[in-house]
Design a protein around this ligand. Structure first.
Ligand SMILES: [Ca+2]
Ligand SMILES: [Ca+2]
Length: 271
């Protein structure tokens, strides 16, 4: 309550962008007023990810790849990842608890559908509030692959029975399949080998890195470039894209203030 009042006062007197002010203040003030919690029924469900080494990127022979997917070896420390994309109910609880601006609910299905229409700053603000963080891009791909090295964790093909993607644009000469044309409730499809759902499709997931050419010498838990670049990264494709963009290695780049009905996020925490 104290935090919300303070935030509103600052905004009213300075006419500032709420996302940026919240980001700044949340890191300073939230530790002072105690950690805030989601209620029991909205708690994040966590999956523990083992540490390991994997090849990030795609082989040059992979169908549909882009040149920004240069293969390189990366070492990842163990961490926790949310089993599902963050949902509408989880994000709106955060908005109500803090006074944070609600994303537009036009074109948004509620309940345990993934939250959409959130920009990168919104995703970071939520993550800060629950004492978590976004995944790094390398962590994201490591979780998606879950020990596999194929274009998808299912192998080299997907259908719309496996992934919420636009099956009108199939991958690798697979037969066409249907398109739902919208997000579905999180966890509607089978999880990957590590028990994590919707890493392919449903909604794009913001990760923490700036977009740049991979620094293949940055091998241990890479966090991407530290100096400010233009775009942040989303991973995993969505209901709106065909097979190519739903591959493990595909990299989506958007300016951080981008939002849309096909962009959400999931969260991580270090062990
Ligand atoms: Ca997803
Ligand atoms: Ca791409």
């Amino acid at each position: 309550m104290l935090f919300t009042l303070f935030l509103k006062l600052i905004l009213e007197y300075n006419h500032l962008n709420m996302s940026k002010v919240y980001l700044l203040l949340s890191t300073i003030l939230l530790p002072l007023i105690g950690k805030t919690q989601l209620p029991e029924k909205l708690q994040i469900q966590w999956v523990e990810i083992p540490g390991g080494t994997f090849t990030m990127g795609s082989p040059t022979i992979e169908i549909g790849r882009d040149t920004d997917e240069v293969e390189h070896e990366v070492v990842i420390s163990p961490f926790m990842v949310s089993k599902y994309e963050i949902t509408y109910d989880q994000f709106i609880f955060f908005c109500k608890a803090t006074g944070y601006k609600k994303p537009t609910s036009e074109d948004q299905e509620k309940g345990n559908h993934p939250i959409v229409n959130v920009d990168w700053n919104d995703a970071v603000a939520f993550s800060n509030w629950i004492g978590c963080r976004l995944l790094t891009e390398a962590e994201w791909e490591y979780v998606c692959r879950s020990g596999t090295n194929t274009p998808f964790y299912y192998g080299d093909k997907i259908t719309s029975d496996q992934v919420n993607f636009d099956g009108n644009y199939p991958y690798n000469q697979s037969p066409k399949s249907s398109s739902k044309g919208k997000p579905v409730p999180v966890g509607s499809y089978k999880p990957n080998k590590w028990g994590v759902h919707d890493m392919h499709g449903n909604v794009w997931e913001w990760v923490s890195d700036w977009y740049a050419v991979y620094n293949i010498d940055d091998r241990n838990n890479p966090k991407g470039p530290q100096d400010s670049k233009l775009e942040r990264i989303g991973r995993g494709g969505s209901f709106y894209e065909g097979g190519n963009e739903n591959r493990c290695a595909d990299r989506g780049a958007q300016i951080p203030t981008t939002f849309g009905t096909n962009i959400g996020f999931r969260v991580a925490k270090s062990l």
